[in-house]
Design a protein around this ligand. Structure first.
Ligand code: NAD
Length: 360
């Protein structure tokens, strides 16, 4: 019989796609999210939802017990790298502290299967080789550090309490659901493909190409872009791996080849049919020249074959989703404006006394 799983951060971009992948495989899914950056409407039909903060250990324990949960997929985190540099405490509290809370809840309830969202940011600027999981760890921003510290804590708790884990280090996640019913909604995004979609739709006036003097084939940064649905599938495979007694381990999630910023922009222009403005600017502090995953380990261990390894497909789905999402945002804003006007009108009418015209 398939199990019930808890997905923290399941109202967010990757978590909501993953929730759907688990439901499609027949698992029961309960999402816990505080909606700080997620959206309730992203949680797929069929999944339970509890609005809660992962720091509330007692509540998480109660949710696990009430729902007969067998394993946890932990996404909930703050994810904006530049913000982590100016507000490191928020990142260590929410990301590393959040993992501590979840581990307390797992220990208290006997949960022994955990899949954790980590990031290629733990490698820092690894150079131009394919990055294997044993590459030196040298995160260059608090976001990457907050994830690396989480990894260490998860490893120690695995050894001490028998909480088996799969740590997935994602490279650049992009794209939208195959039926364009879900995609990235983030209010603040630093993700190139989302920004390029926004530029194509005129939501932002131009796309900033940050750094054109890297030692790469065209001077711009090279990244390994993985389709969000392939990544979602990997979480189900990771959980099955643990169910089948797989040992705690760390895996890179990527396609094993990268595209430069210029190549991504050209692809977005091609699939959208829009020649949006692009401005060349300085490098951002902490940006690596190249980050490309070696995926040999995950392919072999999970018997994984990517299904959507295609930059045009990724960009097209992201652009189609962005068009739908921006339309929806316009509707929401329009409705909010109408409600505000109605409230103001009512407030004016709701006066205590109204003067009258005395009879002559
Ligand atoms: N997007 C990427 O390219 C990428 C790359 C590497 C790693 N990751 C990791 O993947 C995970 C998901 O990222 P995403 O892109 O879906 O981000 P997201 O912001 O869309 O999702 C994060 C979700 O977690 C929730 N959340 C945050 N703090 C919480 C808390 N304290 N309690 C309850 N819920 C909380 C948010 O409301 C949101 O729904 C994160 O852990 C992130 O670090 C993402």
């Amino acid at each position: 019989m398939l199990k019930n799983i808890l997905i923290t951060g399941g109202a967010g971009y990757i978590g909501s796609h993953t929730a759907r992948a688990f439901l499609d495989k027949g698992y029961g899914v309960v999402v816990v999210d505080d909606l700080s950056s997620g959206y309730l409407e992203a949680v797929p039909e069929g999944a339970g939802f509890v609005r809660a903060n992962i720091h509330n250990v007692a509540e998480i324990i109660d949710i696990i017990r009430r729902n007969d949960i067998e394993g946890v997929i932990h996404f909930a985190a703050k994810i904006i790298v530049p913000e982590s540099i100016t507000q490191p405490l928020d990142y260590y509290s929410n990301n590393t502290g959040g993992v501590l809370s979840m581990l307390h809840a797992c220990k208290a309830t006997g949960i022994d299967k955990l899949v954790f969202s980590s990031t290629a940011a733990v490698y820092g600027d690894a150079g131009s080789d394919l990055i294997t999981e044993d590459f030196p760890i040298q995160p260059i921003n608090p976001y990457g550090c907050s994830k690396y510290f989480s990894e260490r804590i998860i490893r120690d708790c695995g050894l001490a309490y028998g909480i088996n884990s799969v740590i997935l280090r994602y490279f650049n996640v992009a794209g939208a659901a195959h039926d364009i019913t879900n995609g990235q909604r983030s209010k603040i995004s630093t993700h190139l493909i989302k920004l390029a979609s926004e530029a194509a739709l005129g939501i932002i006036p131009h796309l900033k190409m940050t750094g054109t003097d890297f030692k790469t084939r065209d001077g711009t940064g090279i990244r390994d872009y993985i389709h969000v649905e392939d990544l979602a599938d990997l979480h189900t495979l990771a959980f099955e791996y643990l169910e089948n007694g797989g040992a705690s381990d760390i895996f890179n999630c990527g396609y094993g080849h990268g595209y430069s910023v210029r190549e991504v922009i050209d692809t977005m222009k091609k699939v959208s049919g829009i020649d949006f403005p692009v401005i060349e600017s300085e490098r951002r502090p902490g940006d690596a020249a190249t980050l490309v995953a070696s995926n040999a380990k995950i392919k072999k261990s999970f018997n994984w074959t990517p299904k959507r390894n295609n930059l045009e497909l990724i960009c097209r789905s992201a652009f189609q989703w962005e068009s739908i999402w921006q339309e929806r945002l316009r509707e929401i804003k329009e409705r909010e404006l109408q409600l505000k006007k109605l409230r103001e009108k009512n407030a004016g009418e709701n006066i205590k006394e109204r003067s009258f015209q005395p009879s002559a």
